[in-house]
Design a protein. Structure first.
Length: 567
């Protein structure tokens, strides 16, 4: 309990206790159990994460506990009541007055495939009005960010699959990022493309030789325009627009390239020096494919979503020195989208405030700044990553503008330079190790030839599954013989898929079938059957389509590879 609230215990009929907080009853003072059952009956939805604000005396939570099914979850948030008496693996209780703590816990409890329903216990919106408003905002932000991430996956999966296949050719000449682990003891500057980067470039140029500089994606254009050639450039974006940022660059052999397997494969040709690849953990099957099928070394990094976050993580891996961000605004500083000389630079007018995707957030100087939900998602990713990595590395936000990134110390760039840009830094390049390159072009050709045949087998099984579903005679259930054959086929599909590069294209298919075929309340037996039947038809039809695409593109990669081999 807390002294902020005036709490009374009122006895309802049959001796049931009802809490009265700040003059408001949290349940019916006459029939709390009956009221709780009615409340839950109106608000419960199958296959849903229910977020209940307010525990009260626990009668509503108890009624929910009796209602929750296998795919359900109840999250109870209460800043007042500390003694939570109902235990269930389907119920999560958050007792906190700190909105940041609530946000951190909420963000880990649901994802893009789940339905969310927010419910307020009686009078809790009056008892804790401001806190309830903050929680609604946090949930809205999370849903908007999840939607943004979902859109990215759906729109980009085909491009990512294409680039993964194209980049397989690069693996015959490049090395895993792991060879750069702890290669330096110098401070590292992670340069991002936010508007505030421009003001830091003069000082960066003066101290150029005292830092390792990592450019996050298209930021390289702003650096080169100011005469600063970075040591490394990180790229993860697979779009054609990203390639255009690099297409006409004039780089010496000094600048090295670090790329995700999803990055546009043509960017590799823009670099004359060494290059290093990695995979992200959003599709761990890619790591297994590289290591177990192709037998090449690979390094997997957490999927952070933005090139700046990957660049940050890489900075902590390759050097034992401190790390500083510059240009990490994640906000429309001075109504600008990016730093000057960045090809994405856009200057906005005051209409930016009327954009539904734009919102306010706490700024670097504790002011209010304009940002958007994509930027907020990036900030959350940085905060999470910084929390994991700051134990071993000194990390500073030297942006001096934009959004506040909690958990990362703020320091002016001038102070960072004064503290760390000293003359006795030594590049520990002798720590770099070479991995024997064992993926030859001929070996890759043989593997891709095998995969083309496997894709044929996969498509045949998927078509057979569609025929089996159509053959089912009942309108209410799947016959046991049909289910058994579907199960055997699905096991074959998994076995074949794990021996191919087919992985990324499947992601939007899984999202669709998991998200859009939820069980409805009061569903009849026939309605349930028709829903599952439609779900499976959608699944297998969509998998045929993406498998066919991957097969056809694999043939193109093979033709290209064979042409290079014959040169």
């Amino acid at each position: 309990m807390t002294n902020k609230y005036s709490i009374e215990v009122v006895l309802a009929p049959e001796g049931l206790e009802v809490l009265k907080i700040n003059g408001y009853y949290t349940h019916s003072r006459f029939k709390p159990l009956e009221e709780a059952e009615t409340f839950v009956g109106k608000n419960y939805q199958k296959q849903t994460v229910h977020i209940l604000f307010g525990y009260g005396s626990g009668y509503i939570v108890e009624a929910f506990r009796n209602k929750l099914k296998e795919d359900d979850c109840l999250v109870v948030i209460d800043p007042i009541i500390e003694n939570f008496n109902i235990y269930s693996d389907k119920i999560v209780y958050i007792n906190s007055k700190d909105i940041k703590e609530v946000k951190e816990k909420l963000n880990s409890l649901f994802n893009v495939t789940q339905q969310i329903k927010v419910i307020c216990s009686p009078n809790y919106d009056k008892i804790c009005n401001d806190f309830y408003t903050d929680i609604l905002r946090v949930i809205k932000d999370k849903l908007m960010m999840d939607k943004s991430n979902e859109n990215t996956i759906v729109q980009s999966s085909t491009i990512w699959q294409k680039n993964f296949l194209d980049n397989l050719i690069n693996l015959t000449i490049d090395q895993s990022l792991e060879v750069l682990m702890n290669s330096y003891n110098m401070p590292v500057i992670v340069a991002s493309g936010g508007p505030s980067l421009t003001k830091q470039l003069p000082l960066l140029k003066v101290n150029r030789e005292k830092f390792i500089i990592i450019a996050a994606g298209s930021t390289i254009n702003s650096l080169l325009e100011d005469g600063i050639e970075p040591d490394y450039v990180v790229s993860i974006d697979g779009g054609e627009a990203n390639y255009l940022h690099f297409k006409d660059l004039k780089l010496s052999k000094h600048t090295k390239f670090i790329y995700s397997m999803y990055s546009h494969s043509e960017i590799r040709k823009c670099f004359k020096s060494s290059a290093y690849y990695f995979v992200s953990d959003d599709t761990p099957d890619n790591l297994a494919y590289l290591e177990d099928v192709l037998n090449v070394n690979a390094m997997m990094l957490p999927s952070n979503g933005t090139v700046a976050q990957f660049a940050f993580h890489i900075a902590t891996l390759i050097s034992t020195g401190p790390v500083a961000f510059i240009g990490q605004d994640l906000a429309y500083t001075n109504n600008e989208s990016h730093a000057k000389n960045n090809r994405l630079y856009t200057e906005y007018n005051n209409d930016l405030k009327n954009n539904p995707n734009v919102t306010y957030a706490t700024g670097y100087y504790d002011d209010e700044v304009l940002t958007n939900y994509t930027f907020l998602s990036m900030r959350d990713g940085l905060e999470k990553l910084a929390k994991e990595l700051s134990i071993q590395t000194d990390i500073y936000n030297c942006t001096e503008g934009g959004i506040k990134i909690n958990g990362i110390k703020q320091l002016s760039f001038a102070e960072f330079c004064e503290k760390y840009a000293v003359n006795n830094q030594v590049v520990a390049s002798n720590n770099q190790k070479n991995c024997e390159q064992i993926l030859t072009k001929n070996k890759l050709i043989n593997q891709l030839d095998t995969e083309v045949e496997l894709y044929k087998k996969i498509q045949n099984i998927l078509r057979e599954n569609l025929i089996l579903i159509k053959r089912n005679k009942s309108d209410y259930f799947f016959e046991k013989s049909i289910l058994n054959q579907l199960d055997r086929n699905d096991k074959k599909l998994l076995k074949y898929r794990q021996r191919t590069a087919l992985c990324v294209s499947y992601n939007p298919v899984w999202i669709n079938v998991l998200k859009n075929f939820k069980e409805k309340n009061h569903e009849t037996e026939q309605e349930a059957y028709l829903r599952v039947k439609s779900q499976n038809n959608t699944l297998y039809s969509s998998l045929i389509e993406v498998t066919s695409y991957t097969q056809n593109y694999t043939k193109k990669v093979l033709a290209n590879l064979k042409e290079k081999t014959n040169e």
